[in-house]
Write a protein that binds this ligand. Structure first.
Ligand code: SAH
Length: 267
């Protein structure tokens, strides 16, 4: 089969790396696992050596035909679909998600998957190394940004190991890495939308200070109460800092609404 560029197809060919990936995933026979983009089965086949059953989501019709010929339907239920639109909640709970993902859709896919974090047990992905570095980065580092904060607010993230281009066919132009993501039990910010708005505003101009980027939402008094230096930049704030900002805004909003209701109610 000719690899299709449009579907970001870079097939894994290095046996050593394939076993290493299966090792970090640690499949158990009864796991409820789904693989995104199984391709020609480089990971699928070794995973099925342990798993009773593996669901797959694959967009390419020709690949789906190949997979149907090779694996029995009871062991490999195939969903021919775009993973970006797929309803992962249809697969049941305690879900384990794995995949050597097409790099051109990795960021939107991670955001799509975070909608399902309540039913997810863990995820292991092959991604561009640079993206994994950003996902796992601590504050005050050049890799730390919106992606790090948004994902670390929802997941415990570990970079497992790096994978060089020669392990794939065709060889990608970039280095890759395996990342593990485990949904956190609870999130620090009560209002996810507000949290996301604050992070977006703070990182909208990376070089600017917070008193600049957040001036429409935080005043001097807010900065003091939050014990956040208004001269710091977004990259210096931890995930908890962003969460406390969002929580203070939620509280302020609530007070305004309550006060408004008192006026309307004539009290
Ligand atoms: N896992 C295989 C293939 C990796 S290539 C291996 O490691 O060898 C990426 C795979 O994702 C291809 O099979 C491609 O067809 C599939 N794919 C690309 N875009 C997709 C999408 N939006 N939804 C689901 N699968 C997709």
């Amino acid at each position: 089969m000719r690899p299709r560029k449009r579907f970001g197809q870079n097939f894994l060919k290095d046996r050593g790396v394939i076993s290493k990936i299966v090792e970090v995933i640690r499949p158990e026979p009864s796991d409820n696992m789904v693989e995104i983009g199984p391709g020609l089965g480089a990971l699928t086949a070794p995973l099925l050596e342990t798993l009773n059953r593996l669901e797959v989501v694959e967009i390419d019709r020709d690949i789906v035909e190949q997979l149907k010929k090779r694996f029995p339907e009871e062991r490999l239920p195939i969903h021919q679909a775009d993973a970006l639109k797929f309803d992962f909640s249809s697969l049941g709970g305690n879900l384990r998600i794995v995949g050597n993902l097409p790099y051109n859709i990795s960021t939107p896919l991670l955001f799509h998957l975070s909608d399902f974090s309540k039913i997810i047990k863990d995820m292991h992905f092959m991604l561009q190394k640079e993206v994994v570095d950003r996902m796992a980065s601590p504050p005050s580092s050049p890799d730390y940004g919106r992606l790090s904060v948004m994902l670390q607010h929802q997941f415990y993230i570990v970079k497992c190991f790096e994978v060089p281009p020669h392990c794939f066919y065709p060889e990608p132009k970039v280095d890759s890495a395996i990342v593990r993501m485990i949904p956190l039990e609870s999130r620090q910010a009560r209002d996810e939308g507000l949290f996301s708005d604050v992070v977006l505003a703070a990182f909208s101009q990376r070089r600017k200070t917070l008193k600049n980027t957040l001036k429409t939402i935080l005043n001097q008094e807010d900065f003091e109460a939050l014990e956040i230096d208004p001269n710091a930049r977004a990259e210096n704030l931890s995930v908890s800092d962003f969460a406390t900002i969002a929580n203070r805004l939620a509280e302020k909003r609530k007070q305004i609404i309550d006060a408004g209701l008192r006026i309307v109610g004539g009290r």
